[in-house]
Design a protein around this ligand. Sequence first.
Ligand SMILES: Nc1ncnc2c1ncn2[C@@H]1O[C@H](COP(=O)(O)OP(=O)(O)OP(=O)(O)O)[C@@H](O)[C@H]1O
Length: 305
Amino acid sequence: MIEAIGLTKRYGEKAAVNDLSFTVRAGQVTGFLGPNGAGKSTTLRMLLGLDRPTSGTALIDGRPYASLTRPLHTVGALLDASAFHPGRSARSHLRAIALSNGIGAARVDTVLDEVGLSSVAGRRAGGFSLGMKQRLGIAAALLGDPQLLIFDEPVNGLDPEGVHWIRTLMRDLAARGRTVFVSSHLMSEMQYTADHLVIVGRGRLIADKPLSDLIDSAAGTHLTIRTLPARRGELAAALEALDARVETRADDALAVRGTTPQEAGLLAHHRGIPLTELSIQRSTLEDAYMALTDDAVEYRAKEAV
Ligand SMILES: Nc1ncnc2c1ncn2[C@@H]1O[C@H](COP(=O)(O)OP(=O)(O)OP(=O)(O)O)[C@@H](O)[C@H]1O
């Protein structure tokens, strides 16, 4: 389990992270989302003991990172994919980390294989493509076979094959009961990977909920209901009597908010009103995210007038 409790980080007057509290649970992928500058990297750095909170607490398995006895066996992290000596080979880079953490050389070959770098393990890592560097960073995170994994923007700059690979890896890790916490500024990316989302804006918590709840609660989600023209007014009035909000669209369908398909379907059935369509129009995740983070975007290109 990963926990932030009232986590705050100030740089002078500016609060990069402001009283942030959330919990990341095992067996699922939790996306950590927010616009650029929202405080995601700063939060991850505090969780990993690389930055000291101004106030509040960051816990890994109930303890501050600094007090973990075998950190690499507890939590693996990918923060900066180019954090290695460019002259070293992938294998010697991983062996150095393994050695200083009491991990055997055989494990290095296992993780190289797991991330698909076995065939280039002897090559200078400085000459690696961005995708290969990301894989090497992930191999380092997996070395200690940790229960918790933290990835900061792991798909940035990757080609579609690399993106697909990382998504699959994260889903597999979660399916094996691991805790996976992954940051991104792209909602569209998280919709394929995350089960749960922690969303931040300007250093503050905006939402902490399952992905499906987030879509369902988005303002754009509504029912489209069609009936015979002669019964439309009666159906609209009956739905309104249930406190649903009903609009008649230009194509004569009813756009209905504030009720469920079950409720609307049963109501029509009890009144003997035939329905020719009853469907849910879900807002996209992108819509939900944009609506939530609208006020929280710090640096935005001026809209064209
Ligand atoms: N060392 C620092 N000194 C001063 N300000 C900083 C420092 N590190 C981060 N900040 C500021 O804190 C805020 C949060 O930055 P952070 O990098 O955590 O955001 P982020 O959500 O990870 O953004 P991105 O998606 O762009 O990586 C930003 O406004 C940033 O300029």
